[in-house]
Design a protein. Structure first.
Length: 435
């Protein structure tokens, strides 16, 4: 995490004080359950809560102890004992470090997912607003970067809305996938601790019981979580790349908002660069980069090793913080995006009507011309226009072979721009619902 790309609410989930607070809650809830089962005195459980519930854990002191013990959980438990006193001997009974570490990590990941879901909702709201604003604004669709057939700018935004709606659904599933708790002991057999303790802690922490753990919660859950973040990042980059292309000088159909006093270049005062979109592209690459170590963390030796631990300490905060920042930046970018319908129309007209070539092809086949011959007739009139030599409709009306099948009126009818938009309402209903 670096401050430039970090929002405070997400960052706070990963702060040391937050982590130690969650560790304490896990230990204290486990103590409650152990007290109810008669394993430890009920008064001890009450004392643990009373002495440490509102304590601010001394991070420097814990770090100092860890430098000696070389063990983070033991360092925390030692510091907790300094706060709680003699009753601290009843803390962590029958538990292993991973019971605390894994359950805590999953609490943090679920909290992060809640923020990310809210972030996606902001993106969806911005996309929906702008999509309806430009529902019928004509623009050119491109395949391979080349003019294809007309679409509307609203449809471009509707594509993105549908994609982020799927992203939200996946994120909800990923949250559920990772929201499990394991308090099962050294190798997951509950030999030293009753499964009812795990159930109690899980409920108290808002998690589900992990059906079977070893010493750790299986990392396929985390791999799926981070893979989901990676897919969402890819969607962020897809939309950002579209905006970058649309802002190119030769296109200029849309442009990032350029604020008063903003500077685009240290050398060229005229520049207005798509810096937010480019930034989102870079951030998206970083989030996707965290997917690979998450996948590799699935493979651990026997009941557990710690090869996953160092990777997770980096990828968990970094991936969630980075995506949180990117989604919020994207929502603002879409909301303030400058859109230029006049340039869209200018680009639509740039190829002299060639964007209607498929309509001519179909019209010829419906009049009895073979598809191969129809393609040949349309293409031979299109190529001079492609080279800037004439107007497509005019050339077609002068072509004697075309005129065998189509009258001037029938040719003109194929150049109706509105024809391409007759099903826009249907698509919008599919994407946004009947409302």
């Amino acid at each position: 995490m670096i401050p430039r790309y970090t929002r405070p609410e997400m960052a706070s989930i990963w702060e040391a004080q937050t982590r130690f607070k969650i560790w304490f809650e896990i230990e204290a809830h486990a103590a409650d359950a152990l007290a109810e089962l008669g394993v430890i005195p009920k008064e001890a459980a009450r004392t643990i809560w009373a002495k440490a519930k509102n304590a601010a854990f001394n991070v420097d002191r814990i770090d100092e102890i860890e430098r000696e013990t070389k063990h983070d959980v033991i360092a925390f438990l030692t510091h907790l004992a300094e706060i709680v006193g003699p009753e601290a001997r009843f803390v962590h009974q029958g538990m292993t470090s991973s019971d605390v570490l894994d359950t805590c990590l999953n609490v943090q990941l679920t909290r992060a997912a809640d923020l990310l879901i809210a972030d996606v909702d902001k993106v969806l709201a911005a996309l929906k607003k702008r999509a309806f604003e430009h529902k019928m604004t004509p623009t050119i669709g491109r395949s391979h970067g080349i003019h294809a057939e007309p679409v509307t700018f609203g449809l471009k935004l509707a594509y993105a809305y549908a994609e982020f709606a799927r992203a939200r659904e996946r994120l909800v599933i990923a949250r559920k996938e990772v929201a499990t708790c394991a308090i099962s002991g050294a190798v997951g057999t509950f030999a030293q601790i009753d499964p009812r303790v795990e159930a109690h802690v899980a409920k108290a922490m808002g998690l589900a019981v992990e059906p079977i753990s070893t010493q750790v919660i299986p990392r396929d859950r985390h791999a799926m979580y981070f893979a989901t973040l990676g897919v969402i990042a890819a969607s962020v980059e897809r939309l950002a790349t579209e905006i970058r292309h649309l802002q190119r000088t030769e296109v200029l159909e849309a442009e990032e908002f350029f604020s008063e006093g903003q500077k685009g270049s240290s050398a060229m005062p005229h520049k207005r660069n798509p810096v937010l979109s480019e930034n989102l592209t870079g951030l998206s690459r970083m989030v996707r980069a965290y997917v690979t170590p998450a996948m590799e963390n699935v493979v651990l030796w026997h009941e557990r090793d710690i090869s996953h631990s160092s990777a997770e300490r980096m990828i968990a905060p970094d991936a969630t913080v980075t995506l949180d920042f990117a989604l919020n930046r994207l929502a603002g970018l879409v909301d303030k995006l400058l859109i230029y319908p006049e340039n869209m129309q200018k680009n639509l007209d740039r190829l002299g009507g060639l964007v209607h070539s498929q309509r001519l092809l179909i019209a010829l086949t419906q009049k009895g011309c073979s598809r191969e011959e129809s393609y040949k007739l349309v293409q031979r009139n299109a190529m001079p226009v492609w080279r800037g030599q004439g107007d497509f409709q005019t050339l077609l009306k002068k072509d004697a072979e075309v005129k065998k099948y189509l009258s001037d009126t029938e040719i003109s009818e194929q150049f109706d721009l509105g024809y391409h938009f007759k099903h826009v309402d249907t698509i919008f209903r599919r994407v946004f619902g009947e409302a």
